[in-house]
Design a protein around this ligand. Structure first.
Ligand SMILES: Cc1cc2nc3c(=O)[nH]c(=O)nc-3n(C[C@H](O)[C@H](O)[C@H](O)COP(=O)(O)OP(=O)(O)OC[C@H]3O[C@@H](n4cnc5c(N)ncnc54)[C@H](O)[C@@H]3O)c2cc1C
Ligand code: FES
Length: 256
């Protein structure tokens, strides 16, 4: 698939709390087709200490308005610099990168945690467009760490799990009553221990499962090898062959 290096303009910025914000970015021309789970490499402007682009999932796509939305958690100097940008500022993206999720039929469960909920909005919209109503289970330590909640409601049946019980059921997503064997496909993105637990459960119960890895990245195009995962077929670049993998290809990683 062709990649683009393009300036976008920030047309809307929302701040959810101390750590999460989103930016809607508009391009003057028609956007290419973008699969749920693909990501962009964002150039961080105006900070000479941040040389490398940062990988961020494509949270939402509007092909009529030619906009992409990114949902970002501030964790370090790159994301903090991005959080200081405002509407009207320009942002240079390389996109769309990586392989996204497959959109399969049957009963579908999406499981997200932390910034890993970002690609699940575009994914849930893709399922809705195919006439599938996914179950969407979002988890976090506490309510404020699940930055977007209502946005998912038009696209599926949404449930929450928080460790302190401040939103939805108390506990981990894997302890939620909706986390069961009642699905044909499970799709997950979030903290590594959560994805491993979800993938292990799916494998044990013969449920198809796709995980979206968030390994550290530099080039984003398979050139520097800094993002490799130890898959069952050897080392694979997460940026190019992922970030989405079928869990069956990652039993080494799941059991490590
Ligand atoms: C394919 C992909 C999609 C991603 N999508 C999103 C997204 O939609 N929203 C979002 O907020 N974040 C996303 N991330 C994570 C994001 O890329 C990192 O948080 C960001 O690069 C950190 O940059 P920084 O300069 O702010 O932090 P740095 O100063 O580089 O690092 C600060 C801290 O964050 C840790 N860190 C850096 N990169 C990662 C990473 N990839 N995973 C876990 N910890 C990391 C570092 O170890 C360090 O402890 C994604 C990562 C990948 C690989
Ligand atoms: S980030 Fe360079 S090979 Fe994946």
């Amino acid at each position: 698939m062709r990649k683009y290096i393009t300036d976008f303009t920030i047309v809307e910025k929302k701040t959810y709390n101390d750590t999460y914000f989103s930016m809607k970015l508009r391009h003057p021309e028609t956007l290419p087709s973008i699969a749920a789970g693909q990501f962009v490499e964002v150039e961080v402007p105006g900070n000479k200490h941040v040389m490398l682009r940062r990988p961020i999932s494509i949270h939402d796509v509007d092909t009529v308005a030619n906009t992409l939305t990114l949902l970002v958690q501030v964790v370090g100097k790159g994301t903090r610099t991005l959080s200081m940008l405002n509407e009207g500022d320009k942002l240079n993206l390389v996109y769309p990168l990586g392989h996204g999720f497959s959109i399969e039929g049957g009963k579908v469960l999406l499981v997200g945690g932390g910034a890993g909920i970002a690609p699940l909005l575009h994914l849930s919209k893709c399922f809705k467009a195919k006439g599938i109503q996914p179950t969407i289970l979002l988890g976090g330590r506490t309510k404020s760490l699940i930055p977007i909640q209502k946005e998912f409601e038009p696209y599926g049946n949404v449930y929450f799990a928080t460790e302190d019980g401040s939103l939805g059921e108390k506990g981990f997503v894997t302890q939620h009553t909706m986390f069961s064997t009642n699905y044909d496909h499970i799709y997950t993105c979030g903290p590594t221990p959560m994805m491993k637990a979800v993938a292990r459960f799916a494998m044990q119960n013969n449920i198809e499962c796709e995980v979206s890895l968030e390994n550290m990245m530099a080039c984003g195009i398979g050139a520097c090898l800094c993002c490799v995962v130890d898959s069952d077929e050897g080392h694979k670049c997460v940026c190019k062959e992922g970030p989405v993998f079928n869990a069956k290809r990652l039993t080494n990683w799941i059991n490590k």
